[in-house]
Write a protein that binds this ligand. Sequence first.
Ligand code: DGJ
Length: 468
Amino acid sequence: MRMKNKYRKPNTLRWNAGSRCSLLVWSLVGFLVMLYLYTFIHDTNVKNEEHQMHISHHLQFRELEEVEEENLQIPAPRGKRSPRADKRRPRKVHTSLIDEFLDESSKLRRIFFPDETTAIDPMNGTGNDTSCYYPGRMWLDTEGNPIQAHGGGILYDEKTETYYWYGEFKDGPTYHAHKRGAARVDVIGVGCYSSKDLWIWKNEGIVLAAEEKNETHDLHKLNVLERPKVIYNNMTGKYVMWMHIDDVNYTKASVGVAISNSPTGPFNYLYSKRPHGFDSRDMTIFKDDDGVAYLIYSSEDNSELHIGPLNEEYLDVTNIMRRILVGQHREAPALFKHQGTYYMITSGCTGWAPNEALAHAAESIMGPWETIGNPCVGGNKIFQQTTFFSQGTFVLPLPGFPGSFIVMADRWNPADLRDSRYVWLPLTVGGRVDEPLQYSFGFPLWSRVSIYWHKKWRLPRRWGVKES
Ligand code: DGJ
């Protein structure tokens, strides 16, 4: 006979409470899993759609995405090598080839720094070579002189429908200020070149000149002026230049600001400062679609980047700043945007010696930023691990080809900095998706950023034609 358990009710009650509680927990878990799956599938679909769009937009760009190989043999170690090359030895792999690259007396030198007989000379362009980029070759302006616009960037000026390329004018002797100092050239100023087609460049002169006499001036020739970038302020109608200002030992670690009424200058130097009170070395500026501009700089002894909006006139930073890529030791930031996502290419920190580039992505420009990986494709392993023996400086969107860009990089020549070369290559966003190297909540998949190696390439025929 079953006995009625007088304690049953309370027990049942307790069981019900427990089961309700676990039901609640499981429902919550289920809900979160569904939410995650939804976000994941949605995200993947969006990226796939982007991929499809990318493919249909880039049929003419496709030949630039073909991988070109390089067959460079690593030479056997030699007994005697330049003591300077030894000092600059980076810590990473393939040191022997990087040493050869840095060694002025190396037989391989001609491969990386071909002489003037192979210079790109648009004024004497013949047949097949017309409009062709040859990364690493000398590049002559319309007067037949090598272009001097290192660590530079490009502004497209709507008013004159002209591209302006600004960069370090380094046409002076390279020397070492002291035994352990980096190779340097005295400051001459910021060079500016204009072009309608991104291939033929006219020298517009030095738009911000060094100060010869006043030793206390930021622009005194014995200081450092690097990585100048110019943007246009629609509100004030001024062209604003930001640059890295330093002393010979790189201890001032500041940004400088200059302003002009015309893209071809002269620029009026305003002041320098440590932005947000922090040391600032390699830097860039980025103007967003909504007109807000940002300063991005390597800080805390290059261990992290800082990003913050400029004020409305673009003449100063505001007090908003975020630390990004903390502990990653990146420099040479170059920002660009595609379909609402922000991307950035950075380099490692090895002085003038080349190192591996990384691509980063963010949904919001103020972060969080995630590191996607090395964007370099083609060449060979060492080409990819050295950013094709160069260091990025700017990424220029290619009008008429959404998702296609030109990446501008410097192949520094520390033995003779004025003879540093330009490595311009096609960069695309799209194709297969990439998982970030560092995960944050949400596991987003980023479109792949690829920089394709080419010994020779040209822009697609109808570039610049706006889509209707
Ligand atoms: C690497 C930087 O990216 C360059 O702009 C320059 O500052 C060199 N270091 C100096 O060694």
